[in-house]
Design a protein around this ligand. Structure first.
Ligand code: PAF
Length: 279
């Protein structure tokens, strides 16, 4: 596996691969790779010949009070995992290599970023779109894979791709869960043993809602109230629980099976977890 640290060297390599007729796929990550990320690489391999994995803790998507400095950085192991999974290249730029100190240009999706995580983290999606646009420009992949766990993120990036006419197909990969249901996340490493047990209430509540819908429940408020009750009883405080239209992300009163989802974000102590299910 090739390892690149600068945009110029990665761009030249990608251009060369394309000249040779290879189709390139991009898996953007912030490292600290777990099985969820490995599933993104496997997914990408289904659609392309050469998978490029970016490993970059992107400073512009963290607010000053967030965990940028403490975000787990495990680059050596991450590269080993990418190679074992069959990635062709990894990109690990230093922040000052990717961003000029006087960088003043942003990519800002302004509609789908409102609400949910965007409301709690006002600069977050602007930072995500900017770095993903930069990665798209450097790699110029034909496909890019993002996890469904960050439901709003995939929606925002898909909108950016459409609005800026990037000739890139966005692939949504399903959430990968621990055997007990907890959605995989690098931030799970921060959970104490007790928080970890109680965090199972998030997926449990979402699965129960899915079951209720399968049994005929359609009322969003009933579903949301049951989810709130379950997580609050386990000391997780919801930032938001919303039944939404999965395309527009707008809250809806009644579930439309096949076109709805539930988004959930909860806090416990200084920790925040997100999860979602399709209905
Ligand atoms: O989902 C993430 O890990 C990040 O938001 C992403 C897409 C790699 C951009 O930094």
């Amino acid at each position: 596996m090739e390892i690149f640290k600068t945009p110029e060297t990665l761009h030249a390599w990608c251009a060369d691969q394309k000249r040779q007729g290879f189709k390139i796929g991009l898996v953007p990550t912030m490292g600290n790779l777990h099985e969820g990320h490995m599933s993104l690489i496997r997914e990408a391999k289904q659609y392309c010949d050469k998978v490029v994995v970016s490993i970059f803790v992107n400073p512009t998507q963290f607010a000053p009070n967030e965990d940028y400095d403490n975000y787990p950085r495990t680059e050596v192991v991450d590269c080993e995992k990418c190679e074992a999974e069959g990635a062709a290249a990894a990109f690990l730029p230093a922040p000052e290599v990717l961003y000029a100190t006087d960088a003043s240009t942003w990519v800002h999706e302004t509609e789908l970023e409102r609400g949910y995580c965007g409301a709690q983290r006002p600069i977050h999606f602007r930072g995500v779109c900017t770095v993903v646009a930069k990665l798209f420009n450097i790699v110029q992949p034909e496909i890019a894979v993002f996890g469904q766990k960050d439901f709003q993120q995939v929606a925002v990036i898909s909108r950016m791709v459409r609005d800026l006419s990037y000739p890139i197909q966005i692939i949504r990969a399903p959430i990968v869960r621990e055997a007990d249901g907890l959605a995989m996340s690098s931030r799970n490493a921060y959970l104490s043993a007790e928080q970890r047990v109680k965090a199972l209430s998030l997926s449990r509540a979402l699965f129960a809602a899915q079951k209720s819908v399968a049994e005929g429940e359609r009322d969003s408020h009933t579903l949301e109230a049951a989810i709130r009750a379950e997580v609050v009883a386990n000391d997780w405080l919801p930032d938001y629980v919303n039944v939404i239209d999965s395309a527009t992300l707008m809250p809806i009163e009644k579930v439309v099976p096949g076109a709805s989802a539930i988004l959930l974000a909860c806090r416990c102590g200084g920790l925040r977890l997100i999860d979602n299910v399709l209905l």
